[in-house]
Design a protein around this ligand. Structure first.
Ligand code: GRF
Length: 217
């Protein structure tokens, strides 16, 4: 019997409520060959794990206290993901820095969602940073992960206006709504070969149909 074409295997790491994980499960999981096959968390009680379990996706917990430190913890996560043959690791509200060895092992195969228009406001509390700075427009960035903090090649960005009254809750809601569209879309694009890091070693990401699949002019 002919072998079924291999799917595009996605893992998600999340620390919190997992609304971005849910968006991926709802919008791309099980479509066009994309399968979420593993969800891991540093927080044993993370709601993201319950969302994964409800979708029938394998989960695992990696609390730091079970390991000698971050390097050993991240090696365990990396070995788990490698054993599941994942093609892409999505950081969806994963609030830990990854060990450089993890980033090198999955080089070009890790993406993150950040609640600001990078390179503005990297790191923690990006929404608070933007409000404190007084910007009138902020937004959402999906980017590949390199060894720096929120410094990797940019894949998709969307601007979100700061409400005139600068209400934090309203801004957070608007940013989350944008994240829930952009992150699944980035996963779909990467799986389809429609978002590729500049092969010449640059930091730009080429967006468009996979070379050789477009209609002839
Ligand atoms: C998102 O706002 C993401 O940008 C940030 O953490 C939040 C995670 O939210 N890094 P959720 O757990 O996906 O609901």
């Amino acid at each position: 019997m002919a072998q079924a074409p291999a799917g595009f295997r996605v893992a998600v790491l999340a620390s919190g409520t997992g609304t971005n994980l849910q968006a991926i499960l709802d919008r791309v999981h099980g479509r066009d060959g994309v399968e979420v096959v593993a969800v891991g968390s540093d927080k044993p009680g993370a709601a993201a794990l319950a969302r994964a379990a409800a979708a029938g996706v394998e989960t695992a917990q990696f609390p730091l206290e079970r390991f000698t430190g971050r390097a050993e913890r991240d090696l365990a996560i990396a070995d788990w993901l490698a054993s599941r043959e994942v093609d892409l690791v999505v950081l969806a509200g994963y609030m830990q820095l990854l060990d450089p060895a993890f980033v090198r092992r999955f080089a070009g195969r890790i993406v993150n969602v950040h609640p600001a228009l990078l390179p503005s406001f990297p790191g923690l509390e990006a929404i608070g940073q933007a409000l404190a700075h007084g910007v009138r427009i902020t937004g959402v960035t999906i980017h590949f992960v390199d060894e720096g903090v929120d410094s990797g090649p940019l894949i998709l960005q969307r601007a979100v206006p700061v409400p005139p009254d600068r209400d934090r809750e309203a801004l957070e809601a608007a940013i989350h709504a944008a994240e829930h569209e952009l992150l699944p879309e980035a996963v779909r694009m990467i799986a389809a070969g429609e978002a590729r890091v500049d092969p010449a070693g640059g930091r730009t990401v080429e967006i468009g149909p996979r070379p050789g699949t477009g209609n002839p002019a």
